[in-house]
Design a protein around this ligand. Structure first.
Ligand code: ADP
Length: 242
């Protein structure tokens, strides 16, 4: 099923590229027309590349080749990178953006910061994409934990179009989009949340979604992480350059 959906999804932009190439070849004497074709070829080609990158991610996950890193990362840097990107996207659309971080969040954690960023950017990116006015927000706080083990809860809210009851159970399935024309309008592949769900599972976490059509959506992601206690107990080194 995945292969047949994937082939179909790949064929659509490829057909557009071939069609535009034919028109351009027949319109060499008309530079404006050729320029228009080249621009459309570029759009389809870039979409094709994002689709193939997503498919490669899916196949890496499914074949067990997606390995998680266990590296120390500073929470401030991690969330700063996300905020920068999402703030710019919300600003461009005239939306408000709010990020609330609990004071109980540790300074540093051990885990795969890049993949966790990929998860959050995907959910926040969707929140921006499917919201025309109002606000996108993310709240981060620790749930529970024993010793250095902690579970972080990320709650992403938007005041966007919402997700219908019929579609909600399929939202994490590959190539599923609420609206068949979504790819044409928003440029998504329909693989983002399937990859997100797989990454969350790989990390031993969970993801849930609640939504009301016309009101907005809420995605809740729980991820277990290890607190890097060395940052808390290690005194700051005094450097003396005399
Ligand atoms: P896409 O590349 O289409 O965004 P995703 O897998 O990320 O693919 O999302 C699948 C579909 O779920 C979207 O096309 C959209 O219909 C719906 N969706 C995801 N997030 C939201 C949201 N925050 N608000 C409304 N609909 C959403």
């Amino acid at each position: 099923n995945f292969l047949s959906r994937m082939s179909h999804e790949i064929r659509t932009p490829l057909n557009a590229i071939i069609g535009m190439d034919t028109i351009a070849a027949q319109s060499i004497a008309n530079p404006e027309r050729v320029a228009d074709c080249i621009s459309k070829i570029g759009i389809s080609a870039r979409y094709l590349l994002s689709l193939i990158n997503d498919i490669l991610d899916m196949s890496r996950i499914e074949s067990g080749k997606m390995l998680l890193k266990n590296e120390k990362f500073l929470f401030r840097d991690f969330i700063g990178g996300i905020n920068n990107m999402i703030y710019n996207q919300t600003f461009a659309k005239g939306l408000d953006y709010e990020c609330t971080v609990s004071s109980e969040i540790a300074e540093a954690y051990i885990g795969d910061a890049m993949k966790l960023q990929q998860i959050l950017i995907n959910i926040l990116g969707n929140a921006v994409k499917f919201t025309e006015k109002g606000k996108v927000s993310v709240d981060i706080h620790p749930l529970s934990g024993k010793g250095s083990q902690s579970v972080l809860r990320f709650t992403v809210n938007d005041t966007g179009v919402g997700i219908g009851e019929n579609f909600l159970p399929h939202i994490f399935e590959p190539f599923e989009q609420a609206d068949g024309s979504s790819t044409a309008t928003f440029g998504g592949t329909g693989l983002g949340l399937a990859i997100t769900k797989n990454l969350v599972d790989l990390m031993g976490g969970s993801i849930k979604v609640r939504s009301i059509v016309g009101v907005g959506s809420e995605f809740t992601v729980d991820i277990p992480l290890t607190i890097d206690e060395s940052v808390l107990v290690q005194p700051k080194l005094e450097h003396n350059f005399d």
